[in-house]
Write a protein that binds this ligand. Sequence first.
Ligand code: SF4
Length: 76
Amino acid sequence: MTCPFLEYRSEANDRQFDESRAYCGAAERFVQPMRADICNDRYELSHDQHCEIYLEHADEAPTGNENTGHAAGDDA
Ligand code: SF4
């Protein structure tokens, strides 16, 4: 399962890229490459155990499509 806050965007906050990059809907910023393994629950990592941003915002987490990596209801 990926983090429900994980999105893929090619632009946000006056930054623009040719390809979509991992974007954190909780922190409202692009995810640092080192953190992307946590966002995607790769290896032994888990967003709900190892990401302090997720833990701070867990009660705001989108529900309903947590397996897609896209935030529910966020079409901004
Ligand atoms: S794991 Fe953390 S950094 Fe990654 S999308 Fe979720 S809240 Fe954001």
